[in-house]
Design a protein around this ligand. Structure first.
Ligand code: LMR
Length: 345
């Protein structure tokens, strides 16, 4: 009798462990592919480069694994938000995140690169920097936390929106308060322009703008359009002064638990997702800007090259201020990417 109880107990324990799905879990059978559920959490809407990349990844992985691997995507901060997604990746409660890297500057000040004013001449130069030696070194810099950077998903330039007057010259920032994604460089940009700033999670931004907690914010056209920030912002200025760039991160313990066959499928899926996220970035940002203009809720200002130059001049001292934190080698790699892929003057 004791033996039967023991066997039943062991069986229940085995079932419980197999079903325990805090992280991706499961076993493999004949085809060698592990049965897994993988969670991908992000904060933006569905009609964005990030979500489209995640969807491409899901489609590939699920179909190539004959549905043995399930990928659950949680957009709009529905699983984790800006405040807790990193910790939950470290704890393996989620297996993929693709944050705007300017939110991770507390882990590595080099994640401030997309916040450096007018750092890249164009998207191609930014992409070349991230794919180059320095970009790859930065991508791998979270190893100490058990976090593995797989690819960069560059998004695009940010524009400024506000409810308290159009932004046409550096002086127009004076006295206004802006929400930032976080980090010392963005903070310094606003203080140099005589404005205040506050970091607010993306999931709370619409309400913060609507309620006047801040006057404005800076973002890509696709984030502004898909979250309808233009509904609660009277003015938008095309600036491209800073960028949103994502990195796709996974948990190292999860990654190392994949057998060769499974890892090959997941790795290929991430590669497909990367391709789509990159392709969609430019297209969706352009489309979104058109949609914002058509909706007509916010007045869109385009600046002349001379007006842009005024902002460049006002923000140039940021480079000296952060050279020690970010590194002259990183600055050099940014310059080289511009020399090779940027707009020649
Ligand atoms: C924001 O927080 O404004 C954006 O960076 C969100 C995102 O992930 O694009």
């Amino acid at each position: 009798m004791k033996k039967v109880f023991f066997l039943v107990g062991a069986l229940i324990l085995t079932i419980a462990l197999t079903g325990c799905n805090k992280s991706a879990s499961g076993g493999s059978d004949d085809d060698g592919i592990q049965k897994l559920t993988i969670k991908f959490s992000h904060v933006v809407a569905e009609n964005t480069p990030k979500h489209q990349g995640a969807l491409a990844m899901k489609e590939y992985i699920e179909s190539e694994s004959n549905e043995k691997i399930k990928v659950e995507i949680y957009p709009n901060s529905s699983l984790f938000g800006d405040d807790d997604e990193y910790q939950n990746l470290v704890s393996n409660n989620v297996q993929f995140i693709a944050p705007d890297i300017s939110k991770f500057v507390g882990h590595n000040p080099q994640f401030n690169v997309p916040s450096l004013p007018f750092a890249f001449d164009n998207d191609e130069a930014a992409e070349a920097f991230w794919d180059g030696e320095k970009g790859q070194e930065i991508l791998k810099s979270l190893k100490k936390d058990g976090v593995l950077g797989l690819y960069w998903w560059p998004n695009g330039g940010k524009h400024v929106t506000s409810n308290s007057g159009p932004i046409k010259s550096p002086d127009d920032f004076k006295g206004q308060k802006f929400r930032t994604q976080g980090g010392q460089v963005l903070e310094s940009i606003y203080s140099r322009l005589g404005a205040g700033s506050e970091s607010i999670p993306f999931g709370e931004l619409y309400t913060a703008l609507d309620q006047g907690v801040v006057d404005g914010e800076e973002n890509t056209s696709s984030n502004i359009e898909s979250k309808k920030f233009d509904e609660v912002q009277k003015y938008m200025t095309i600036m491209n002064h800073t960028r949103v760039d994502y990195a796709i991160f996974t948990n190292t313990t999860f990654w190392d638990s994949l057998n060769d066959k499974t890892k090959e499928i997941v790795e290929k899926g991430v590669e497909k997702g990367t391709k789509v996220a990159r392709e969609k970035a430019k297209a969706l940002n352009e489309e979104s800007l058109e949609t914002i203009k058509e909706r007509g809720k916010t007045e869109v200002t385009e600046l002349s090259p001379d007006q842009i130059q005024e902002f460049r001049d006002a923000l140039e001292p940021i480079y000296d201020e952060f050279e020690d934190d970010i590194g002259s080698d990183v600055y050099k790699a940014v310059r080289e990417a511009n020399d090779e892929y940027g707009d020649s003057e």
